[in-house]
Design a binder for this molecule. Structure first.
Ligand code: TTP
Ligand code: MG
Length: 364
């Protein structure tokens, strides 16, 4: 019993067809109908994509990010509605307040409709009761449903919340993790997407079980650090904490030129000013960073970015400048530039600056 109490428990909550559910809640006449939220379909000629759709619309094969014209072809009789971000944010804030009230350990909102709660202080039964209470309260207060996953870590909890959607709850106990993960396609694992799936398939790996059994050294030589992480997660290992709310992940600045320009004599000094300002903020807060990211947006909104991780965390101006300028140079391939930006991330406190960085990381 004592051991069970010390086992880690993480709860993941994700709203069902969130934007579409809010639309149905605001107009109950839509209930039970295929509802598509996204760009204007313009009778099938519209450009733009589907943001999300109700589960009734999913029966026609409509999915998030699909061209809206294709959604129209699949189900012209669906209710096509524009995206009302402000409204979804309002509902999201109220839902998150409910979740926060239930949290007894760490709480982390990860997107507009999803959050993790650390439940390690609870027994498994208490975590299940918490999941049920959250689902009941969200439904009663906001008129929308959510799905919950309860498991020993974030990865498994997130996969679990997706297993019985919509309006479901899935509990994976520690001794069930291996059997739960084994048959799932690799793409079920968060972070394993369009890039990793075909490369894993090329190595003969299609399921999470296959990934768990595969040779970690070969994964490492194909994917680097990410290969090792995937292997751990497939084996049910994921120690990432449920981070405190509002943790700052990066600092940076960007600048949009009044007119698109290909002139390096204009672009580089502007970029250096942005970088100086960002490094000054980093140092003022006694922080170090390990990753430098540079972004360039060209005429026509094509946006490219390059990132480099440094061998050691630093706030050294010269190191950051050399790194950032090299990245910028790789990106400036000729076309006129609309915007440049720089961001410093993987932040950590400088020695002796613990208190101040803690405050800083919670700003934002
Ligand atoms: P998701 O939680 O991925 O999707 P969902 O809530 O609509 O459906 P599910 O029941 O499968 O969880 O995303 C949350 C919201 O984010 C979604 O309602 C709309 C928005 N979104 C987009 O705008 N574009 C996208 O490509 C995706 C995936 C989501
Ligand atoms: Mg959702």
């Amino acid at each position: 019993m004592d051991e069970a109490r010390h086992q880690r428990i993480v709860l993941h909550v994700d709203m069902d067809s969130f934007f579409a559910s809010v639309e149905v809640r605001d107009d109950p006449s839509l209930a039970g109908r295929p509802v598509v939220v996204g760009a204007d379909p313009k009778g099938g000629t519209g450009r733009g994509v589907v943001a999300t759709c109700s589960y009734e619309a999913r029966e026609y094969g409509i999915r998030s990010a699909m061209p809206i014209s294709q959604a129209w072809q699949r189900c012209p009789q669906a209710a096509f509605l524009p995206v009302r971000h402000r409204r979804y944010t309002e509902v999201s804030e109220r839902v998150m307040a409910i979740l926060r009230r239930h949290a007894r350990g760490g709480f982390q909102q990860v997107s507009v409709d999803e959050a993790y709660l650390e439940c390690t202080a609870c027994t498994c039964e208490e975590a299940v009761a918490m999941g049920k209470a959250i689902r009941d309260e969200v439904r009663a207060a906001e008129g929308i449903t959510c799905s919950v996953g309860i498991a020993p870590n974030k990865t498994v909890a997130k996969i679990a919340s997706d297993m019985n959607k919509p309006d479901g709850m899935t509990v994976v106990r520690p001794d069930e993790v291996a059997a739960f993960l084994a048959p799932l396609p690799v793409g079920t694992m968060p972070g394993v997407g369009k890039k990793s799936i075909p490369r894993l398939a090329g190595m003969g790996i299609t399921t999470i079980g296959g990934l768990a059994r595969s040779d970690v050294q070969s994964l490492k030589s194909s994917f680097g650090k990410w290969g090792v992480i995937m292997h751990e997660r497939a084996n049910g290992i994921d120690d990432r904490p449920v981070a405190p709310r509002g943790e700052r992940k990066s600092i940076g600045r960007e600048h949009t030129f009044a007119q698109d320009t290909g002139d390096r004599e204009v672009i580089i000094p502007t970029f250096e000013r942005l970088l100086d300002d960002t490094v000054r903020r980093l140092r003022r807060h006694h922080a170090l960073c390990r990753t430098v990211t540079v972004k360039v947006r060209f005429t026509g909104f094509v946006t490219k970015s390059r990132a480099k991780s440094l061998p050691h965390p630093t706030h050294d101006r010269a190191t950051l400048q050399i790194t950032a300028l090299a990245l910028l140079d790789e990106l400036l391939t000729g076309p006129p530039v609309r915007l440049v930006g720089v961001a410093l991330s993987s932040l950590e406190p400088d020695e002796g600056g613990q208190t101040r960085i803690d405050d800083f990381l919670r700003e934002s």
